[in-house]
Design a protein around this ligand. Structure first.
Ligand SMILES: [Mn+2]
Length: 561
């Protein structure tokens, strides 16, 4: 006998013959195994002949099964087994957490069956239009009414650890392939449940503390932002110096621009200062394409640090260490992501977050917190800063970097990003390539070449990269002669090779060398030879030194093959 509410509109079939029954009041009795249908207390009741049972896969819509086992023929029960409940998602133990998870799954159009040992609770769940059955977690027949093959994930969420353990056992016995997620109140219980076979274990106290910390982060980030603004406002008619580390990289430069933007939002004038070089083609393209105006203090004799009322130090934290500031400078603001000895860092305001992969990430958070519109150029610069400092999210990238990048991504100019990453080749670089190609000497799969007198050291590494594409070449060494040093750059894609070590072996004693297995560099002081006027002779000497030593270090006879 099946009883269900009038508004039921699902599928109903007869377990005896497998035929579908139209549950409509008028049509049900056309089925040969249906003896009667009546309306009772707003419910449509369909009664089958004593040897047959009726079943439906749909419980949603308010059906209420009171399938009487008494009327079913024991011989037919094997057939009944084929019609067990389909439950890709099984939620076992349906307290607050279980029913909240089930509701969310149903919202995502997942078919969920809840199991709880409390019959009254199961009734309530059904009234809320859940598919629910009564079952005891400690009972080995827990899954008897479920089609085990249909279960993909079982969530065991009761608060009783040993009951959860038993349920895991029953499920894993039924099928190893069911993914089991279980709830544990603490880490001891977590270990127990993992040992019992749970694939993942969640600890509600941990989840709550994590969520609390996230809220705390938000609160603190608001406090940070207002502190920075207060310091900036105190500059009044004065000027802020935004100092980045020597030879600044895109992270440092984009972060400086972000701070300049924040200062401008409260009408404070600022200037970005650096020392050293903006090297690499990409970095040059970066400042050109994004029109970043970085000033070199040592060249601008017109003004000194005295001209600035306050100083901010960005992407580094110690005055005088890898930046242009004197060691005893009074710094107002320090924002950095490099781990630091906090006791030694001194400033009015310090924000050092080693959990960020880039300072640009931290600056993005400030802009977001202060609700300052992020221009296309600034978004592009910050995104590029985060990308380069995390090596395209492969190094030290944290969730905070990804959320910052996600915010910047739609605002950034992707054409410009592409152009920064593949900058146009300058004629100077092209000349270096030309020399490198002309002077190449090949021994087996090794290529050694020189570029003559060297002006742009970046071009050396680029030439090495380029020549490694040559057919049959696995290792490239390119060198050039600077004012008083020979500069070497090597690349290899031979997995047996450790270039860093080979370069160290070959040139470590006379100069400095180092690097990774696949890319390395070295410098050899020219010493007495640097005075040699005869470039031709100098090239000859260099060639001998470089070739001989490198081939000796990697165990190849000079001139072999
Ligand atoms: Mn950085």
């Amino acid at each position: 006998m099946l009883t269900f509410k009038k508004r039921f509109s699902g599928l109903l079939w007869c377990n005896g013959c497998g035929k579908i029954i139209n549950p409509d009041m008028h049509h049900a009795t056309y089925h040969p195994h249906v003896v009667d249908r009546i309306m009772y207390d707003e419910h449509l009741v369909i009664m089958a002949k004593s040897a047959y049972t009726l079943q439906t896969p749909h419980i949603r819509g308010g059906i209420n099964i009171t399938d009487s086992k008494k009327t079913s023929d024991p011989q037919k029960s094997a057939t009944n087994g084929d019609k067990k409940l389909q439950a890709p998602y099984l939620v076992i133990g349906s307290g607050n957490i279980g029913s909240a998870v089930a509701r969310e799954l149903v919202n995502r159009n997942k078919k969920v069956v809840l199991i709880d040992r409390d019959a009254a609770k199961v009734e309530t769940l059904k009234e809320q239009e859940f598919e629910a059955i009564v079952g005891d977690l400690n009972d080995p027949s827990l899954l008897d009414s479920i089609d085990v093959k249909s279960v993909e994930v079982a969530l065991i969420l009761s608060s009783d650890v040993s009951a959860n353990e038993n349920a895991i056992d029953t499920i894993k016995q039924a099928s190893e392939s069911i993914q089991v997620i279980a709830r544990a109140p603490n880490s001891i219980a977590k270990t127990k449940l993992t040992e019992a076979g749970a694939d993942s274990v969640i600890m509600p106290p941990r989840v709550v503390s994590d969520a609390t910390l996230r809220i705390l982060d938000r609160v603190e980030s608001a406090r940070h932002a207002s502190n920075v603004l207060n310091i900036l406002r105190s500059i009044g008619n004065g000027k802020l110096a935004i100092v980045v580390h020597d030879n600044p990289d895109p992270d440092a430069m984009s972060s400086a621009v972000a701070l300049k933007t924040i200062a401008a939002s409260v009408d404070i004038e600022s200037e970005m200062l650096y020392r050293g070089e903006i090297g690499h083609q990409e970095n040059k393209a970066f400042i050109n394409l994004l029109q970043i105006d970085m000033g070199k203090l040592d060249e601008q004799k017109a003004h000194s640090l005295e001209d600035f009322k306050k100083i901010a130090l960005i992407d580094c934290s110690m005055p005088g260490e890898n930046n242009l500031l004197p060691k005893d400078s009074d710094v107002a603001i320090i924002i950095d992501h490099h781990p630091a000895e906090m006791k030694e860092v001194q400033a009015e305001y310090i924000d050092i977050r080693p959990n960020a992969g880039a300072t640009a990430t931290i600056m993005t958070k400030y802009l977001q917190e202060l609700d300052i519109p992020i221009s296309k150029d600034l978004a592009t610069a910050l995104l590029y800063g985060i990308r380069t400092d995390t090596l395209g999210f492969k190094r030290n990238a944290n969730p905070i970097d990804l959320t910052a990048a996600a915010l910047l991504y739609p605002l950034a100019d992707h054409d410009i990003l592409d152009r920064i990453e593949t900058p146009a080749i300058s004629t100077e670089t092209l000349d270096v390539f030309g020399e490198a190609i002309m002077n190449r000497k090949i021994r087996g799969s090794y290529l050694i070449t020189n570029v003559g007198t060297l002006r742009d050291r970046d071009a050396l590494a680029q030439a090495a990269d380029y020549l490694l594409n040559l057919e049959g070449i696995t290792t490239v060494l390119v060198y050039g002669i600077g004012e008083d040093q020979i500069y070497l750059s090597a690349r290899s894609n031979d997995i047996r090779m450790n270039l860093g070590k080979s370069m160290q072996d070959a040139f470590g004693e006379t100069g400095s060398a180092g690097g990774h297995a696949t890319m390395a560099g070295a410098q050899i002081p020219l010493g007495v030879f640097s005075d040699t006027r005869d470039r031709q002779a100098l090239m000859k000497i260099s060639e001998e030194v470089v070739m001989k030593r490198f081939f000796a270090a990697i165990g190849v006879e000079n001139g072999a093959e």
